[in-house]
Design a protein around this ligand. Structure first.
Ligand code: MV4
Length: 662
């Protein structure tokens, strides 16, 4: 076995590989880019080497730098993870040349499987069922004639492609010529190779794949199937193992086909043979992925095998377990939590993670994020994989829902609620799932966020009322002074105040009456006696009449994220004492008008400012803005110094307190 390996990847998969290496007593070397200086994979490895700037071509794809890092640290092998260099035959060859073991199949196997035409030709020869189609070389006219022969609809695929790139669906001969040109153009620019192949389009297939392994002694085994049909634009979102509702005959056929495919190429290492399963139950080989896949944990859950450990064993010349020793039990589901906004056409969401709770004690959660770290625009948007396993599929779905409900992320937008709606969909429950599931059920899946109910608003109000009397948030240093009290105390009057909360863009005024040990809150619809049992960071435990709640409240500028009952609500907060933070942003007040950089700070904390006094000069989008005091008052805090980046619109630049209140 190796003494030391280098992991040529980042994020959750780098951590995943480090975990298995550690269990085998193998030392680990991480590599990292500028953007990943503080990333968990860098901290977890025994050594870490900085390899360049944030864009992947200058770091995680720069294979000379990576091989040099392996040489320098004495790593005997490189694990490429998935993505990046994992299916790059030139990289595998360069590793071999440099005398470093590439943890994966030999370069020629990667190269053959990287060409869909070569792979299909080999499969056809070996008796693996392939989709009817055409893989030869012909003129464009000749290809059109072949498409007629296959019968429309026809799929044009880039031979070098993957993940749907360079793929075109052609419904009739009228569109063929144009689709062919555009597929070739895309393939040329994406892969530098415009060779294409034609396939009969399978209308509503399930996407079934089989995990296989080969060792250097000629043994090939499979670790059962996964169903990865729930995808969006070829981005898998939910994967499960085993594939449900396959007949024993279908299961055996698909496993046999996968083994035949792996044997045909003399496969070594971890691989995945992808199939489509049509409505009639026929399976067809689509392609083979010559890497460890994102969704490998569901296979680990049902087989109890450590797939990374198997890879390491094979790469160091070890032998695979016997097929008869590989058993599957239970049903596993993985959901991919991604930083994207389903309400904005799934645009990636970048930003700093301000709050993070993941159900790591109850479930397997593979992730590489932490509070305070950025989700950067340089890499993919997946932030965590939640993996559950239970006796059967129905139980696994329930656990997956619970795992998501216990996952709280603030600071960026995630697809959590979108995933929850998929899992809760009746057709998902009955496993009526194919590759069009998301498109077909778009109406059910893309719905507006839930209206906050009274308990969520109460959580926010109680958080505001209680957090201001926490240490650090008090004005007077004299605990018994009436000025120390933050309970709206008034001589000879009930202690009353109002809290302004924005709910669905409407300001609600909540009347607060301070009671002996709690509050009487008057909301739009209801009144409730409320008591805070504890406030610990973001975690607030409170009672609202007879009911007890536990919520997390994350207040960032004028935004409050409330996590309660498995839901996330976004509320706005207006503090009249602080000159209405929300409106103020628009009026050029103390909130950043847009992201930018601080050029100069004119004042100091503790100064008393009159309205209009310049506080700081910021530059945003090439324009300078002066931030001025919005009212007369005391400057309590300056949040930035000259040279600091302001990462987002709306974040507080300074905190002031009005001098005189009537
Ligand atoms: C197909 C197919 C149907 N018929 N080939 C998509 C990416 C690549 N891995 C192979 N893919 C497919 N190839 C034939 N002949 C269906 C898919 C496919 C898919 C197609 C449309 C929409 C979503 C899809 C999800 C997975 C697979």
């Amino acid at each position: 076995m190796f003494n030391k390996i280098l992991i040529a990847n980042r994020g959750e998969i780098a951590l995943r590989i480090i975990r298995s290496a550690e269990q085998l007593g193998i030392r680990t070397v991480a590599v990292f880019s500028d953007a990943d200086k503080f990333s968990p994979h860098v901290v977890s490895a025994d050594e870490a080497i900085h390899i360049g700037a944030s864009p992947a071509p200058q770091s995680y794809l720069a294979f000379d730098k990576i091989i040099a890092a392996a040489k320098r640290t004495g790593a005997e092998a490189i694990h490429p993870g998935y993505g990046f260099l994992s299916e790059n035959a030139d990289f595998a060859a360069a590793c071999e040349q440099a005398g470093v073991c590439f943890i994966g199949p030999p370069a020629n196997v990667i190269r053959t499987m990287g060409s869909k035409r070569d792979a299909k030709a080999l499969m056809a020869k070996s008796g693996v069922p392939i989709v009817p189609g055409f893989i030869g070389d012909l003129s464009n006219e000749g290809l059109e004639a072949e498409a007629e022969k296959i019968g429309y609809p026809v799929l044009i695929k880039a031979s070098a492609g993957g993940g749907g790139r360079g793929m075109r669906l052609v419904q009739s001969g009228n569109n063929f010529a144009a689709a062919l040109l555009s597929a070739r153009r895309e393939a040329k620019s994406a892969f530098g190779d415009d060779s294409i192949l034609l396939e009969k389009y399978i209308e509503s297939p399930r996407h079934i794949e089989v995990q296989v392994f080969g060792d250097t002694h000629g043994n090939i085994i499979h670790l059962f199937e996964r169903d990865c049909s729930v995808q969006r634009r070829y981005q898998k979102l939910i994967e499960e193992a085993p594939a449900s509702q396959l007949t024993t005959a279908e299961q055996e056929q698909i496993q046999r086909a996968a083994l035949t495919a792996a044997e045909a190429i003399g496969y070594v290492g971890a691989g995945t043979v992808e199939f489509v399963l049509d409505e009639r139950g026929d399976v067809y080989f689509i392609e083979m992925n010559t890497r460890l896949q994102v969704e490998h944990p569901v296979t680990e859950m049902i087989t109890g095998q450590d797939l990374v450990a198997l890879q390491l064993r094979i790469a160091s010349g070890g032998t695979l377990p016997d097929q008869s020793d590989i058993c599957a039990a239970g049903h596993a589901i993985e959901v991919r939590l991604c930083a994207e906004d389903s309400a904005r056409d799934f645009a990636p969401s970048i930003g700093t993670i301000s709050h993070l709770t993941l159900p790591e004690r109850r479930y397997r959660v593979d992730h590489g994020i932490a509070v305070g770290l950025d989700v950067s625009p340089y890499y993919d948007s997946m932030i965590a994989k939640l993996i559950v396993c239970a006796e059967d599929r129905a139980a696994a779905i329930k656990h997956a829902i619970r795992a998501l409900e216990q996952s709280e992320v603030a600071g960026i937008t995630t697809n959590r609620d979108f995933l929850l709606r998929i899992l809760a969909h009746p057709n998902f429950a009955t496993a009526r799932v194919d590759t069009h599931f998301i498109d077909r059920h778009q109406c059910d899946l893309l719905v507006a966020p839930p209206h906050p109910d009274a308990s969520a608003i109460v959580a926010a109000v109680l958080f505001l009322l209680t957090s201001r009397s926490q240490p650090g948030n008090v004005i007077s240093s004299e605990p018994n002074s009436p000025w120390h009290r933050r309970d709206a105390f008034r001589m000879n009057l009930p202690n009353n105040e109002q809290v302004h909360i924005n709910v669905d863009d409407v300001t609600q005024v909540i009347a607060v009456e301070h009671l002996e040990d709690g509050f009487l809150l008057k909301l739009a619809q209801t009144s409730a006696s409320c008591f805070v049992d504890s406030l610990n960071g973001a975690e607030i435990i409170f009672r609202m009449d007879a009911e007890r709640f536990s919520a997390r409240v994350v207040a960032t500028g004028a935004r409050m994220d409330v996590f309660l009952g498995g839901r996330q609500y976004v509320l706005g907060y207006q503090d009249p004492l602080y000159a209405e933070t929300l409106d103020d942003a628009a009026a050029g007040g103390l909130a950043a008008p847009m992201p930018g950089v601080v050029l100069e700070v004119f004042v100091e904390v503790g100064q008393v400012l009159t309205a209009g006094t310049p506080i700081m000069l910021i530059e945003a989008m090439k324009i300078e803005h002066t931030i001025t005091a919005p009212f007369d008052g005391l400057l309590n805090e300056i949040c930035f110094k000259a040279g600091d980046q302001i990462t987002a619109e709306g974040i507080p630049l300074a905190v002031m307190e009005p001098t005189a209140l009537s």
